[in-house]
Design a protein around this ligand. Structure first.
Ligand code: ASP
Length: 407
């Protein structure tokens, strides 16, 4: 039987560490394996994000009555993702999982970080979307893609369907390409780990353990406290009943690490066990699966702050705000497939100009331990989508009709 990818990655990690310990002098020979893998991942970010968002937003339907629903849905998505980001921000700044790794170089402060927030926000609107895309300015590309996706929903049926099919097909092709690249992860992780260990030593692992703990803690707080509270405040129902109704979808999200793969089950559970109308589930859930990723948002902010701490970069308030905004956009842009959140971390790093080889080596280490975190953040993503559907159905006057979960 073929070994599952995450086990392969795990073994490759071990092999990389061993290699660095036994053949320290030879590490430069295997470093390119990691560098090539990172380049491949970065190569896929822009087209993946673009097609993911355009096809996701364009698919939300064309009925005019969706306007109000759309507004509420977006408000919910953004509110819960921001709450998740705040949890991640607070925890990472208090626990400081990245502190204490001996930095291989002088701490540096990224050069053009001193721009103000209004500036950054303004720059999200591209003057020329093509040069933004060519220049790798993913935030502007996300902005343009959302706008373009909405425009497609406004077209008459014929052209709208043509464009939808085109971008859906392009998205599927990008997903296939991403899948193929991710398959190379064991080779890449081997090279990255060998490099990281030989540069940074074993203190790295203590820090990575702490990093995993911080993310797990953050996701647990969001999953067990924040989301149930939001649900209770907005529906006045017992959150436990909702969690019970969604248990099967959560379990599947955990094992598949993919909100997209879980979507059919999420929809079925929300319709059958929560009693939400098909009109609302088919609007809120498919878009939620691509756009609303609380777990991923929390992960992005915690991951980037961890890297900054590990490299000895002190981020001031404005810089942290930039990371907040970028983490939100990155979570919106992330595709609903395994490891997508990790790929997006490049965007957040780029936004604050942290693009040194050391930073990428850390991303490599994070990739090695990503699977369990990915499983958990996918559960959080799917749970938040389902709560969104219930909250919006309730606000539209629908009666939530909980039934014992049958799966
Ligand atoms: N795997 C996650 C999902 O599908 C995305 C991520 O990697 O954060 O929801």
């Amino acid at each position: 039987m073929k070994l599952k990818l995450h086990w392969q990655i795990f073994i490759a990690m071990g092999a990389g560490i061993l290699f660095a310990v036994l053949f320290k002098e030879q590490v430069p020979w295997v470093s390119p394996l990691g560098a090539i893998f990172m380049r491949l991942l970065r190569m896929i970010v822009l087209p993946l994000v673009m097609t993911s968002i355009i096809s996701g937003v364009a698919g939300i339907g064309d009925s005019k009555s969706l306007g109000r629903l759309g507004g509420k849905t977006f408000a919910y998505y953004i509110m819960t993702s921001m709450l998740a980001i705040l949890v991640g921000l607070t925890l990472t700044n208090t626990i400081r999982p990245g502190a204490g790794i001996p930095s291989p170089q002088e701490a540096f402060s990224p050069a053009d970080l001193d721009t103000s927030l209004p500036d950054i926000l303004m720059r999200i609107i591209p003057i020329n979307p093509f040069s933004s895309a060519a220049g790798g300015d993913v935030l502007s590309v996300i902005f343009f893609s959302i706008a373009f996706g909405f425009a497609i929903t406004r077209l008459p049926k014929g052209p709208s369907e043509t464009l939808q099919n085109f971008f859906k097909a392009a998205f599927e092709a990008m997903m296939a390409l991403t899948g193929a690249i991710i398959k190379l992860a064991p080779i890449g992780v081997f090279g990255l780990l060998a490099t990281a260990v030989s540069n940074m030593g074993f203190d790295l692992f203590q820090a990575v353990g702490k990093y995993m703990m911080v993310i797990t803690l953050g996701l647990s707080i969001h999953f067990l406290i924040v989301l149930p509270t939001v649900f209770f405040i907005l529906t006045r129902r017992n959150p436990l009943v909702h969690y019970q109704a969604m248990a099967a979808a959560m379990a599947f999200a955990f094992s598949s690490s993919s909100s997209a793969a879980t979507l059919p089950l999420t929809m079925k559970s929300v319709e059958k066990n929560v009693g939400v109308s098909n009109k609302i589930t088919s609007f809120v859930l498919p878009m939620g699966a691509t756009v609303n990723m609380d777990g991923t948002a929390l992960y992005e902010i915690a991951g980037v702050l961890f890297i900054a701490q590990a490299l000895g970069i002190d981020l001031n308030f404005t810089q942290q705000l930039i990371i907040v905004v970028t983490a939100l956009l990155a979570s919106i842009g992330a595709a609903a497939v395994p490891s997508a959140g990790l790929v997006m971390i490049f965007i957040v790093l780029e936004a604050v100009n942290i693009t040194t080889p050391e930073a990428y080596a850390l991303v490599g280490v994070m990739l090695g331990v990503d699977r369990p975190l990915d499983m958990f953040r996918t559960v959080v993503n799917v749970t938040s989508d389902s709560i969104g559907a219930a909250v919006i159905a309730h606000s539209e006057g629908e009666e939530l009709n909980y039934r014992q979960a049958e799966g």
